[in-house]
Design a protein around this ligand. Structure first.
Ligand SMILES: [Mg+2]
Length: 282
């Protein structure tokens, strides 16, 4: 049997050749974690993954406090033409949004600041869409309010099928698309597997944070929590690296300070950087 070359895999997955290795590992990782039911099973499966698999699947290209701190000019310089945004807890507040979308007396509204952002992104020449795992009311509501170019609901991230649909629909390839979201498993896991530039932001929703706080009290954690814990344990990435003040946020191609002097971490980071499509802009 003949082995497929990376360029053949790239062609098959319809992603740029320079990001195919990362996307391939990310896709395999998502596949392995797909049917995980219990937390114990997830923990064991995460433990069994290689450093490359974990890094490829879950380390984002950009990590920022919120959608307003992402350097979109830099995305533009990197050749990005289409940006998809997750809605729940990325732009709005999940629990409140769901309530508002389902109760006729409440109006589902997103912040004016987000409307201004989408407007300015479109003026910069980006196509902007929403990609939510939520119901149609959330996708359509956000689309109308933000004046976006389109929306995809029940996207089933981290499955890559809707990233691929978006690329086809808006006529871009993976090197020209960025995805922004708050969920490391769904948004980053899916985006990395699709070969697009991924931007992780902190939860925008206060009600979600409160919900998680309540769950924590009874010993429940989100699946993303275990992913971050495993990354942190192996020193592959820190979502909340409080111990490294001033280095909470970074942009494309910038090495996080915590990797200084860490040979293994640095090598993995550089391997991950291979998927960044253009040279470092200083
Ligand atoms: Mg979300």
């Amino acid at each position: 049997m003949q082995e497929a070359s990376w360029s053949e895999v790239a062609k098959y997955l319809e992603i740029p050749e320079d990001s195919v290795e990362t996307a391939f590992f990310a896709k395999m990782t998502n596949e392995k974690l797909k049917d995980t039911r219990s937390k114990e099973e997830l923990k064991a499966q995460l433990k069994a993954l290689s450093d490359e698999e974990l890094t490829s699947a879950f380390v984002p290209d950009v990590y920022q406090k919120d959608i307003y701190h992402i350097d979109y000019r830099r995305l533009r310089e990197n050749g990005i033409k289409l940006i998809s945004f997750d809605v729940d807890d990325t732009i709005g507040d999940t629990m409140l949004d769901k309530l508002k979308a389902n109760l006729p007396m409440l109006k589902f509204t997103l912040p004016d600041k987000a409307k201004r952002l989408v407007k300015s992104l479109r003026e910069m020449g980006f196509q902007v869409i929403l990609m939510t795992n939520g119901q149609e009311e959330i996708g359509a509501g956000a689309y109308q309010q933000l004046g976006a170019d389109g929306y995809i609901y029940r996207a089933e991230k981290p499955d890559t099928k809707n990233f691929e649909l978006a690329m086809r629909r808006y006529g871009v390839n993976a090197a020209q698309m960025a995805h922004v979201g708050n969920n490391i498993r769904q948004d980053i896991g899916g985006g990395n597997a699709a070969g697009v530039t991924t931007c992780l932001v902190r939860n925008a929703g206060k009600s979600e944070e409160f919900g998680k706080f309540l769950l924590r009290l009874v010993g429940q954690r989100s699946k993303g929590h275990y992913v971050r814990k495993e990354l942190k344990k192996r020193k592959l990435w820190f979502k909340h690296h409080q111990h490294f003040s001033g280095d909470q946020y970074y942009q494309l191609s910038q090495m996080p300070q915590y990797l200084e002097g860490d040979i293994k971490g640095l090598a993995l980071w550089q391997a991950r950087r291979k998927s960044v499509k253009t040279a470092v802009v200083d």
